[in-house]
Design a binder for this molecule. Structure first.
Ligand code: NAD
Length: 305
């Protein structure tokens, strides 16, 4: 069994690291947040007071951090991962970052004698808790081979996408598809309702017809239709608008850098930014379902509450 360091024990990193403990690994964790550390400790993670303490003696270092700047800081700071990890350690970043940050992590890790694998995940907090995440791995063949058995206790599916940054490329392209589909579901659901269709009955039709999709199945924007829908709980977040805005802005930046035109994704991004401007960055991204209505209304959402 391995000694593994885990930096960033939040909504995803907390339950993910707990699966490594369950698999028999010794996991040494660090987070800036005391409550996150306490929850991890209760799950069997050995809590440490600094990155340097967590990575000392660890053969692998996982990171699960909010944004590009946190990843860059945790790797590059004095007392950060590169300065303090064991020579030759395997570094795995499960955060969603942009392609440039991922490339920088690969290049700078290699320059310092570390193996780096971009290891983004899909499946959300429920997938992290269940240990059923999809891992998208990018890196050299030997690094990805070494990463696979480490991520398996947290995973339902593990994909080796090839070379450096191809894991994050898959993650960003997948999320672009998700959020464009979400707008289709939002507009179709509102059209069905305004034409007089019962939401549940229409869902039954669309879910076995060509309108079927992951957001339809998981986030149908009407209360009482699918149990996992945020519409059942006042659009309390399962996937925050702030995270959706981050992921989609990275996807659009990658598209632009590739010379692609992605107008549908640009509209989705604009709608997430509108929600954030209205103060709903912490609500579920599926709240875009209110925009087809001129009054900004959707069943299950009370702007006053
Ligand atoms: P989170 O904010 O709950 O957790 C991040 C943790 O990192 C926090 O506990 C924070 O205190 C810690 N942190 C920040 N800076 C740090 C530092 N310098 N040193 C140590 N710890 C530090 O976020 P999350 O929802 O767990 O997401 C983590 C990553 O996973 C993000 O990149 C996100 O985009 C990605 N992701 C999230 C989901 C999801 O549904 N939440 C799904 C897929 C991917």
């Amino acid at each position: 069994m391995a000694v593994i360091a885990w930096i960033g024990l939040g909504h995803m990193g907390g339950p993910m690291s707990a699966h490594l403990v369950e698999a028999g690994h010794e996991v040494r964790g660090f987070d800036l947040d005391r409550a996150a550390l306490e929850a991890a400790e209760a799950a069997g993670v050995r809590v440490r007071e600094s990155i340097a303490d967590a990575v000392a003696g660890a053969g692998a270092v996982f990171t699960s951090l909010p944004r590009n700047e946190h990843v860059r800081q945790v790797y590059d700071a004095t007392g950060g991962v590169w300065a303090t990890a064991e020579p030759g350690a395997l570094l795995l970043d499960t955060s969603t970052v942009d392609v440039e940050t991922s490339r920088w992590c690969h290049e700078q890790s290699a320059a310092r004698g570390f193996r780096f694998v971009d290891s983004p995940i899909s499946g959300g907090i429920p997938g992290a808790i269940a240990g059923s995440l999809t891992f998208m791995l990018g890196g050299s063949a030997d690094a990805v081979d070494a990463a696979r058995p480490l991520v398996e206790p947290m995973a339902g599916h593990v994909f080796d996408l090839g070379g450096p940054t191809l894991g994050i490329a898959a993650k960003l392209a997948n999320n672009l598809m998700l959020f464009v589909s979400l707008l289709g579901v939002a507009e179709g659901a509102q059209l069905a309702a305004s034409l007089g269709l019962d939401a549940k009955r229409f869902f039954e039709v669309a879910s076995v017809s060509s309108g079927e999709s992951w957001p339809l199945r998981t986030w149908y924007p009407a209360p009482g239709v699918v149990p996992t829908s945020p519409a059942n709980r006042g659009y309390e977040a399962t996937f925050t608008t702030a995270l959706a805005e981050k992921d989609l802005s990275f996807a659009l930046a990658a598209a632009e850098a590739s010379g692609l035109r992605t107008p549908a994704a640009a509209i989705a991004l604009e709608q997430f930014r509108r929600l954030i401007d209205e103060g709903y960055g912490g609500k579920d991204a599926s709240l875009v379902a209110k925009f087809p209505s001129p009054e900004g209304r959707v069943a299950g959402f009370d702007p006053e509450s």
